[in-house]
Structure formats: structure tokens, C-alpha cells
Design a protein around this ligand. Structure first.
Ligand code: HEM
Length: 416
């Protein structure tokens, strides 16, 4: 991939574009541009057993909501050797080397390693998670059928790039030694996906044909609003597997979407956008503010607003995405998904890699079907039209992953 031209871009967007480009040339350019690295090194023994236990070490916004790191790489891997004690040790040593290289926080490196049903099939053991499948009648996605996925995340762009290169090449991450790499055990698979999240980053893409000038300057997500309020996220314990050989682990679903932002910003007004993303109540009562700044740690959809979803469809002819999705909460009001989604411009078009952790893939399916609102279609709203944000999002890919507890993260073989 060609490197981006630094003279055309702000420094922040140039670094973001280098992460998207990937490879050693992008890494050198990123290190040159970032100056002397100040990321502290880390201690593998201090990392928790749950690979997904990031929340305590994430930065928070002014209201106390955890902030997903700014830069992300989803690295697809194909198994290239037999799974045995040697290959398992090689993978574990490579991962521990990364943990020694970087602090366990948002400036350092946060990562998870997960495995697809194809991986377990190749080993001849029953997969602990189902094959991905289309979850609604309005999609025909491709599926992630490579073997493993490493999700790398950091606020420091060179950290995600360098960690990726270190897993495969001759790179000393943060000036520490890689005692092993993935070389010979895994080949790079396809697709390589990247992304970003943070106030101001989406608006830096208005040079792209699919991104209108009207994306708000300070929005952290392409659709113009804050997301990931603490109250609407599952606690890490709710997404942790409780029993069996993978107790302490979790699952990941990655849904890659493209966005139709022109219609969203140019045909709809702010009132309609708030009604479709949150609820008609939020729009009428002007609860949200321009990018969600009036909501502190909760959208307030749980309870009455969620219960009114079908009535809103009939009476207002519009339902909100958040109010629909909250119908999938547990009986005691706990959200079942821990969403760690981020924006992308992979393929030169705006999109979202919607990455969520949940105890079992069935929890994701339940939430996704609540969001699809197929039960509401025909009763005041269409299959897509005025049915939350469905008119503006297009599902391209889906993947399911088992993310074992840390002690079993290297080439797991347990039967379930
Ligand atoms: C472009 C795509 C998407 C955008 C822009 C988006 C945006 C939002 C926003 C703004 C909220 C309300 C704020 C918050 O609670 O964080 C929300 C809530 C939520 N979204 Fe999405 N979302 C998208 C895709 C999805 C997908 C694919 C799912 C899959 C199931 C999903 C599930 C949820 C859930 C479960 C909630 C919380 C509902 C509750 O309060 O219990 N979203 N989303």
C-alpha cells in the first residue's frame, strides 16, 4: 500500500493513515513523526487472566465513561503449522514479549487473541462457538473464516503498528527483545482491518467522497454522536465465560459495516438523527445535545423508553436504535454486550468495525435481532425506513471468535 502524503494531512490524521497503511515503511514513518517514544515497558506477570479486562486501565472522558483506545488493528491469522507444545510455546512467548515491551494501559498496548470455528475444525475438536451467519433478512455478509484474530489497541499509533510488525518481523518493540515471533506458526490472513475512534477524528475525513462536510467537528464517531456510555455497557463480569475449559474467557463478534453518511447528514436534520439513534423522546425533549454532551453516563433508554418502542413505531413512525437495542437487556436491566467498536476508512469508504464481547455468541444474536427490529417492520416503520439507523448501515462481514483466558490463549485445544 502507498504511504500517505504528510503534507496533505493534519499530524493526527497522518499518523492514523499510517496505521491504516501498515508495514515496515509505515512504521518507520510513524516513528519518525512521533519522535522519541515515551511509552513505558510492561510486566506480563502483572496482566490479568481475562484478556478482555481493559476497562480499569482505559482513559475516561469528563463524565467518567471509559474511552476505547484511539487506534486499532484487527490482524487476521492463518495457521501454518501443527498445533503442539512447541508451536504453543512459541505463540505464548511472542505474546509475553509484547507484554514486556508495552505498559498495560491506553498509552501502551491492549490486545486480545481469539479463535474462529475454522480453527477448531482444523484441529478436529468441536468448536465452542457457532459459525458466523447472517443475522437479519437484509444482509448477505462475507464471513471471517481464517483461524485467529489479534485485536491490537492503543492511543499511541506507532504502538499498534510496531506490535503488529514485531509479531512477524525483525522489529524490537519499544527497544525490547522479541524472544519469539509468530513466524512459521501463523501467516498473515485477510482482511487486515484498521480503525480509529476519538473526538475530532471522523471530521478529518471530509476529503473522502462518502464523508460529508457536515460531520460535526468534535464527534468521536462518524454518525456524529458519543457512544459507549458506562450504563449501557455490560460489566466485564457479564461477558466472561463462567464454566468449562474456557472459564475466564469471553467471545468476540466483529460486524463490519459501511455507512451511508450523505443521506444521514444531508436528508435528515438533527431532530431526526436523535430520534433515530436514541429515541423520539430524546428528540422531543432535546436531551442529547449536539454530539451527546448532555448525556453523562447513561442514555436513559432503559425502562419506559425501551418499553415504548412498539408504541413509538405506531405513534411517531420512528424508533431509535438505542431504545430498540436495549430491549435485549437482561431481566435485571444489565446490558449483555461490551461494545468496543471503532470507525474505519478501510477500502476508502466510511464504516464501523463493530466489535463486541459477550459471554456467548447467542447474547450478540439476541441484541442484534432486537436492533434489527424486524418485529416492528410494517407496524409504523419499514424494514429499514425510520427503523433506527438501518437505512444508513450495510453489513459487509461477520466473524465469531473464542477469546480464551490468558493462560489458554496460545493455540487452545480443549474439548468442550
Ligand atoms: C454504525 C453503527 C452503530 C452506531 C453509530 C451505533 C450507535 C449507538 C449509540 C449512539 C448508542 C447509544 C449510546 C450508548 O448507549 O452507547 C448505541 C447503543 C447501543 N448499540 Fe449501537 N451503534 C451501531 C451499531 C450497533 C450494532 C451493530 C449493534 C449490535 C447489536 C449495536 C448495539 C447497541 C447496544 C446493545 C446499545 C446499548 C443499548 C442499551 O442501552 O442497552 N449497535 N449505539
Amino acid at each position: 500500500m502507498d504511504l500517505p502524503d504528510s503534507s496533505d494531512l493534519s499530524r493526527r490524521d497522518y499518523l492514523r493513515a499510517l496505521v491504516a497503511a501498515g508495514g515496515t515503511a509505515a512504521l518507520s514513518a510513524c516513528l519518525d513523526s512521533s519522535g522519541e517514544s515515551t511509552v513505558p515497558t510492561g510486566d506480563p506477570n502483572a496482566r490479568p487472566q481475562r484478556q478482555h479486562a481493559w476497562t480499569d486501565v482505559l482513559a475516561t472522558d469528563e463524565d467518567g465513561n471509559p474511552l476505547n483506545p484511539e487506534h486499532h488493528v484487527l490482524l487476521s491469522l492463518e495457521l501454518a503449522t501443527d498445533v503442539d507444545d512447541d508451536s504453543r510455546e512459541q505463540v505464548e512467548t511472542a505474546l509475553r514479549s509484547l507484554e514486556s515491551a508495552y505498559a498495560y494501559d491506553n498509552q501502551g498496548l491492549l490486545f486480545t487473541m481469539g479463535y474462529t470455528p475454522s480453527y477448531f475444525d482444523a484441529l478436529g475438536v468441536d468448536s465452542p462457538i457457532p459459525e458466523p451467519e447472517a443475522l437479519t433478512t437484509i444482509e448477505s455478509p462475507e464471513f471471517d473464516d481464517f483461524d485467529a484474530l489479534v485485536h491490537l489497541a492503543s492511543d499511541t499509533p506507532d504502538v499498534v503498528l510496531e506490535a503488529e510488525e514485531a509479531l512477524f518481523g525483525d522489529v524490537s518493540p519499544n527497544n525490547t527483545e522479541m524472544e519469539a515471533t509468530f513466524e512459521g506458526v501463523f501467516d498473515r490472513g485477510s482482511p487486515r482491518r484498521t480503525g480509529f475512534v476519538g473526538a475530532g477524528l471522523p471530521a478529518q475525513h471530509t476529503d473522502m467522497s462518502g464523508v460529508p462536510e457536515s460531520v460535526p467537528e468534535d464527534a468521536p464517531f462518524f454518525m456524529g454522536f458519543r457512544s459507549g456510555f458506562a450504563e449501557s455497557q455490560a460489566p466485564e463480569s457479564r461477558v466472561t465465560i463462567e464454566e468449562g475449559p474456557y472459564a475466564g474467557g469471553t467471545t468476540t463478534h466483529v460486524e463490519s459495516l459501511t455507512l451511508q453518511l450523505r443521506t444521514w447528514f444531508e436528508q435528515d436534520n438533527h431532530f431526526q438523527r436523535v430520534a433515530k439513534l436514541f429515541s423520539p423522546d430524546h428528540a422531543e425533549n432535546e436531551q442529547v445535545g449536539s454530539v451527546g454532551e448532555n448525556l453523562s453516563t447513561s442514555t436513559g433508554v432503559a425502562g419506559e423508553i425501551t418499553e415504548d418502542t412498539a408504541t413509538d413505531a405506531r405513534e411517531f413512525g420512528t424508533v431509535g436504535h438505542a431504545q430498540k437495542a436495549a430491549r435485549a437487556r437482561d431481566e435485571d436491566g444489565t446490558p449483555p454486550l461490551l461494545r468496543r467498536d471503532f470507525n474505519t476508512v478501510d477500502g476508502d469508504r466510511p464504516g464501523v468495525h463493530f466489535l463486541a464481547h459477550q459471554r456467548q455468541i447467542e447474547d450478540f444474536v439476541r441484541a442484534r435481532q432486537a436492533m434489527a427490529g424486524e418485529d416492528l417492520a410494517g407496524d409504523g416503520v419499514g424494514q429499514r425506513l425510520n427503523n433506527g439507523i438501518l437505512q444508513y448501515i450495510f453489513v459487509r462481514r461477520r466473524g465469531n471468535f473464542l477469546v480464551p483466558p490468558r493462560e489458554k490463549r496460545a493455540l487452545p485445544t480443549a474439548r468442550v
